[in-house]
Design a protein around this ligand. Sequence first.
Ligand SMILES: [Zn+2]
Length: 453
Amino acid sequence: MRLSFHGAAGGVTGSCHRLELGRRQVLIDCGLFQGGRTPQEENAAPFGFDPAAIDILILTHAHLDHCGRIPLLVRRGFRGEIICTAATRELARLVLLDAASLNEEEARRRGRRHAPLFDTLDVMDSLDRFGRIARLGEPIALGPGVTASLHEAGHILGSASVLIETGAPLPPRRILFSGDIGPRERLLLRPPAPPAGAGIAVMESTYGDRNHRDLDATVAEFEAVLQRAVARGGNVIIPSFALERAQEILFVIGRAIASGRLPAGLQVFLDSPMASAATRIFRRHGAALRPEIGALLERGRDPFTLPGLHVTRDAAQSRALGRLRGGAVIIAGSGMCTGGRVRHHLRRNLARAENAVVFVGFAAQGTLARILIDGAPSVRLSGEEIPVRASLHTIGGFSAHAGRDDLIDWHRRAGAPGRVFLVHGEDAPRRALAGGLEPAEVILPALHEGWDL
Ligand SMILES: [Zn+2]
């Protein structure tokens, strides 16, 4: 038996881990490399194994850095079965189709010599490979002597950790892949619930060196920023990721309106087709949410709608929001302001001091979000130099990833596996987390490195 790492080994993207179990080969995730210096080359490079030799791919969740190389895997010969939860399947379909259309658009823009990394047809071929739906906690047979079970990971809707168990004719092993792990305190999701008893864990380490701000304090800070902006008659622009964060923001605003902390007539615009589609998927999966939120949906109460919510459909409606002079909250993508509709809202709103821009997610170096957060006096948008006079706020505590203490707690609740491979983290955080997991033997694998188990 052998375990090898073909992505997210020394970085946070491209998750792809391979188990050779006798004659069967199982992949856990097949994600896209993102950011970095040469993501195109990294994604187009050989996988480090033969895609046609993979029998089963288990997908932990629908983020692109976990599912985004599936279309390439299929194009290069994978004909096995993809297994995931019901919500992950629906979200992965949305995310992959969206990525394909962005790839096609970019290829058209760059001209004839640039082929898209993958296109809509590749995604359709990939969707044909999705097979059994995993229900949390129920074992699924993967072949002679191999079963898998998926367990709540609390990261985004549908996210799961994967336990692989082997027995005769193979040596007995229990190997737990964390996937991405959420913090214990979340607005919409249940806390992670790792199964106990694995001897080996493959574990994420994104925030292995720090803790996040407490969730209640984060929500209070967010509400206070909105209250102040509304009181002075400004607009509030919230650049947001479409998956999970947009739904959390709708939920928080809805709760604040219901308890009188924000005005009932507050006009909120959800200006992201992707976020609107994802919200529809959330509504269909109440059972995957926290019990009290699932119960609301069950009773026909929608936790993602507000009295003054407007969902824009087309680009013309989106542009028309530029005429709003105050009193509106606009939630739009992309979260890091690298593209999407949020850019024209920033162009229209940054120059006026009564407005506010609220960053509620991670902002990588070099992105417009990061440039604004770092205090640029003006930014260039659509060829126009826009002075930054609006108030800017960074609210850090909404993270979908566990902080250091929650990661250590996850390892403890998994029965403290004695051998831990740390993946999905830059080197500094994963080294820092390694210290916190002692006395376990902690290994920091490099790309394409493998171990006999
Ligand atoms: Zn993720």
